[in-house]
Design a protein around this ligand. Sequence first.
Ligand code: AMP
Length: 455
Amino acid sequence: MHVTSLTHALCLHTGLPAFGRDGRDYFNEKEKQHMTDFESLELAQPILRAITDEGYTTPTPIQRDSIPTLLKGQDLLGIAQTGTGKTAAFALPMLHRLAHDITKALPRQPQALILAPTRELAVQIGDSIHGYAKHLGIRSTVVFGGASIRPQIQTMSRGVHILVATPGRLIDLMNQGHIRLDKVGIFVLDEADRMLDMGFIRDVKKIAAAVPKRRQTALFSATMPASVQGLAAGLLNNPTRVEVAPTSTTAEKVEQSVLFVPKDQKRALLGKLLNDRDIEKVLIFTRTKHGANRVAKHLDQMNINSDAIHGNKSQNARQKALKDFKSGRIRALVATDIAARGIDVDGVTHVINFDLPNEPESYVHRIGRTARAGATGIAISFCDHEERSYLRDIEKIIRQSVPVVQDHPYHSADIENFTGKIKKSRGNSGNGQARRGNNQPNQNRQKSRRPRRAA
Ligand code: AMP
């Protein structure tokens, strides 16, 4: 299908959060008849009050399917990506179980551990837990690399019930004797596929070995490659398997289009697009950190409030950029894939793929940023000559062709009709290296198989 007018393509969205913060649109009509609300999940009253405060009225499918299993203390294998409500799916029953026989938080010995691959995701989970636990006397904290270790040590020595951690920093704190995992009764691994992609397998195994065998374990992953299946088999005990929203359904909720444009005209095209004030809150993806900086600089020159977020930025700079983007102080956030993992910002009206990702799954993750909790959104992708084959891979996994916008000043029919493959001269060539490569914080790629302690 071709969309011939850019204006038309950009106007396809109206009244964005038709879905708002209500889990309802995840259900089709038939399912609605069997819909459960949070009360019938039998969560403790202070938790129900907190989720009412959050504005949630209906559990999302991952919540509906996971919460009863986890409340019973059983293990769970959840196949779900960020944006489906999976954080509450594991956090609410965790809080319920901890609150049920609450004991004083012990110095350095958390009772529940959540492992997340990136600092952004860890902070996000920590914020969510803070909100869900606000009427309970349950203490939680987040530890992650790239930030001063001292306040983390101090908080741990005062004691928390729930610890959210990235693997590298957790191991450092364990090695230094500031954290012991021998009281952990609930263990959650979030985004296990990304954790392995980032090279954390050894750390994860080491951490799992330090957690008592008698425990409840939940593992969440957006995809289930053999490596994750192997990890799950080693960690989970007779788990209930819950699967929601296969990647293609996210793609279906997003109004997508692609603009064929020569590489050297991408910035001009971006400028032109951003003249449209309907693009209120836009996440712009680049493949590399330098690319992100260049785009942010260009936007600055155009007086468009923006910031960049990637692995070379300090933790503080990244948190500030996210906060400004959330509050609306900046209109555009330029990000690389790794930095964008776990970004949970409501009301992102548009995602612009300034560069197409060489991993098609990343495309689905990216465009999912504009369809949070079931809202619909718009994703616009730029595609140059070299990216033509990436687009074909993407269309294969989303099982649809992305509508083409020809009506823009930089349209290149040459690129549109190009059927070959251009090998990229440098950087990510799609040979697998990039998976552990360029966008990753503190990589030590060639020298060691072990990741440096970025997270
Ligand atoms: P997550 O997949 O956990 O990152 O959650 C994605 C977004 O959905 C977050 O903004 C949550 O606040 C929101 N959310 C989670 N559960 C619900 C629910 N039952 N109803 C509405 N929004 C929800």
